[in-house]
Design a protein around this ligand. Structure first.
Ligand SMILES: [Ca+2]
Ligand SMILES: [Ca+2]
Ligand SMILES: [Ca+2]
Length: 200
């Protein structure tokens, strides 16, 4: 009840004020800022080996034997032209599955699929994109078995707008590896992720 009463009093006061103002000549001035817009930046957009989206398979290596080795280079480009498009880049090996394949007579049992534990992977910043690891100028990111590097996150630093970085991935199977990898097969994903820099 008291609230209603207060409203009535306010209206009366306002009307009175307008009446008084109407007697005075007014200078006026209006300042307007129009067309104000907020729009989100383009952010980050990564291309791998000039593919965006990246659809090619990096490794399709069959008939691997003890002593085998190979290498690839990957070109990582932040194709965003947004000046704020720089972002931290990281690498993960995901969805690793080992298959026993055919279990041959000489292969130790149980055959659980032992290839990823015996695949040595060397990943480095291949600055000159020649597929050869050349320390100390080129920096190693990780060197371990595929099994051990899976599901870990490797920081590849900040990739600026329109900037390119090259990674080398070399794989090898030691000559000493025995029959435990016969017929084995492993499948995995390689994932690069570029994030947004949080402004202070
Ligand atoms: Ca096997
Ligand atoms: Ca090199
Ligand atoms: Ca095996």
């Amino acid at each position: 009840m008291s609230k209603v009463l207060f409203s009535s009093m306010a209206i009366l006061a306002l009307v009175a004020g307008l009446g008084a103002g109407g007697l005075v000549a007014q200078f006026t001035d209006i300042e307007t800022s129009s067309g104000n817009v907020f729009s989100a930046g383009e952010g980050q957009d990564l291309a791998v080996n000039d593919e965006n989206p990246w659809v090619s398979t990096v490794f399709e290596v069959k008939d691997v034997w003890p002593g085998d080795s190979g290498r690839v280079t990957l070109k990582l480009t932040n194709v965003s032209s947004d000046p704020n498009g720089a972002g931290p880049l990281d690498l993960q090996i995901l969805n690793l599955v080992d298959y026993p394949g055919i279990t041959t007579e000489p292969e130790p049992k149980p055959d659980l699929g032992e290839l990823s534990s015996n695949l040595r992977m060397l990943i480095w910043f291949d600055d000159n994109n020649n597929g050869i690891y050349e320390p100390p100028g080129e920096v190693k990111i990780v060197e371990d078995s595929l099994y051990n590097i899976a599901y870990k996150t490797y920081d590849l630093g900040i990739l600026g707008s329109l900037q390119t970085r090259y990674l080398g991935i070399a794989w090898s199977v030691a000559r000493a590896v025995g029959n435990e990898i016969q017929g084995d097969r492993c499948v995995f994903d390689i994932q690069f992720h570029i994030a947004h820099i949080t402004k202070p």
